[in-house]
Design a protein around this ligand. Structure first.
Ligand code: PMP
Length: 406
């Protein structure tokens, strides 16, 4: 399909609104993306005509909703190319997926003295749950550092690995630096030592073509709301072997087979890991978002976003007073920067009044800020509906910021 930016923009109702009387320039897509009409309509239609709890009812509506929910699971499976639909566990989001995994994996595999490796560029969601697990189990967290360019020093991984290493958890695309990490290489090295790898795909699934079978990752997590889907829904993909071996992370309805006061047995996959009434409408709407991305074409999205990234990078550097953080050759559409001599928060306020939504601060990645010795950055994170005109508006407004504060 031809990638027509005006048509794409028309698919997102919110993009035509104004803020402070100015056209909205939404550059905070790393935090959450806007929703296309197909997703909004899907949520409305389900509440209007199909709402019913899944898996439990014997009536028409429940059957229909159950079928749609399981079809959504299959859509996710296809989108990330998992081998089995039952390897797709719906969760409330990336954070919930990682916390749940840390609990279940920790219960089954982590003993005192064991080690878990993360990277210096992780989002807090892929640090803190592992740190909490290490504290619970007297295990140890180790860190792969990155260079000032924003590249993981993967050559250190070989030295960090030993026979105590139980898991490597790595961010696929950095939410602060944009770096696309060489996850396939990390996985292949880890697997040579029989170590499983978790890939945090919260910032990759909406930009890159994902193939969990090809990269052979053991765990892959993402959030619906950053991939044009709704909030409150996300995915934990895990290889069947791990899901079979790990205990459930929550107990309750649907995850059980037989319950007696003496003993309870677990339901089959994936239900063993989906206790309680799931966010089925969220899952169904997430599947709509993924189908929408598929209809645009992963290659088209990647090419368009790369053009935007190149254009935005040149624009910012041409200003002459901007420090850009993250210049990896393989980079996704995130521009993290500071205006020399201006606090990011001050810049964010002025940008806001111009109708430009960016994020300022540490982006839930304080170790990245500590690496550079800074308080925070301004982050413009680009999506498939952004335009070069919007990047012009950003650059013009930054000039005003510099004049006001510089
Ligand atoms: N990992 C990364 C790389 C992220 O960017 C985010 C969100 N900023 C998360 C994890 C957490 O996602 P959520 O808040 O949707 O759970």
């Amino acid at each position: 399909m031809e990638f027509n930016i005006q048509q794409v923009r028309n698919d997102f109702p919110i993009l035509s609104r104004q803020v402070y009387g100015k056209p909205l320039v939404y550059l905070d897509n790393g935090a959450t993306t806007q929703k296309p009409r197909v997703v909004i309509d899907c949520i409305n239609n389900y509440h209007t005509s199909l709402n019913s709890s899944i898996h439990r009812g014997v009536h028409f509506l429940s059957d229909q909703a159950t079928e749609a929910f399981e079809n959504a699971r299959e859509t996710v499976r296809r989108f990330i190319n998992a081998r089995h639909a039952h390897e797709v566990i719906f969760t409330p989001g990336t954070t919930a997926a990682i916390n749940n995994l840390a609990f279940a994996f920790g219960e089954r595999y982590i003993a005192p003295g064991d080690e878990i490796i993360v990277t210096e560029m992780e989002h807090h969601a892929n640090i803190v749950p592992w740190q909490m697990l290490c504290e619970r189990k007297q295990a140890r967290l180790k860190v792969i550092p990155f260079t000032d360019q924003g590249l993981l020093q993967t050559e250190t991984l070989q030295q960090l690995i030993n026979d105590k290493t139980k898991l490597i958890a790595v961010i696929h695309v950095s939410n602060t630096l944009g770096t696309v990490n060489p996850v396939a290489d990390i996985i292949s090295l880890a697997h040579r030592h029989s170590i499983p790898v978790l890939v945090d795909g919260a910032q990759s699934v909406q930009h890159l073509s994902i193939d969990v079978s090809k990269t052979d990752c053991d765990f892959f997590v993402f959030s619906g709301h950053k991939a044009y889907g709704p909030t409150g829904i996300g995915v934990l993909y895990a290889k069947e072997k791990w899901l079979e071996e790990m205990p459930p992370f929550q107990g309750g309805g649907e995850m059980v087979d037989v319950v007696t006061f003496e003993k309870t047995t677990w339901n089959e996959l994936p239900f063993k890991f989906e206790a309680g009434t799931p966010n089925y409408i969220g899952a169904i709407a997430l599947a709509e978002a993924l189908k929408y991305l598929t209809s645009l074409g992963a290659g088209n999205i990647l090419e368009y976003e790369h053009q935007l990234l190149r254009y935005g990078t040149e624009k910012l550097l041409a200003l002459g007073y901007v420090t850009l953080y993250g210049s990896a050759p393989d980079k996704s559409s995130i521009l993290s920067f500071n205006i020399n001599g201006v606090h990011p928060y001050d810049a964010g306020m002025v940008l806001d009044k111009a109708g430009i939504a960016v994020r300022t601060g540490t982006h839930c990645a304080q170790p990245v800020m500590q690496h550079f010795g800074i308080d925070g950055t301004i982050r413009a994170s680009l999506a498939l509906y952004n335009t070069t005109d919007e990047l012009d508006i950003l650059a013009d407004t930054l000039q005003k910021v510099k004049t006001m504060f510089g």
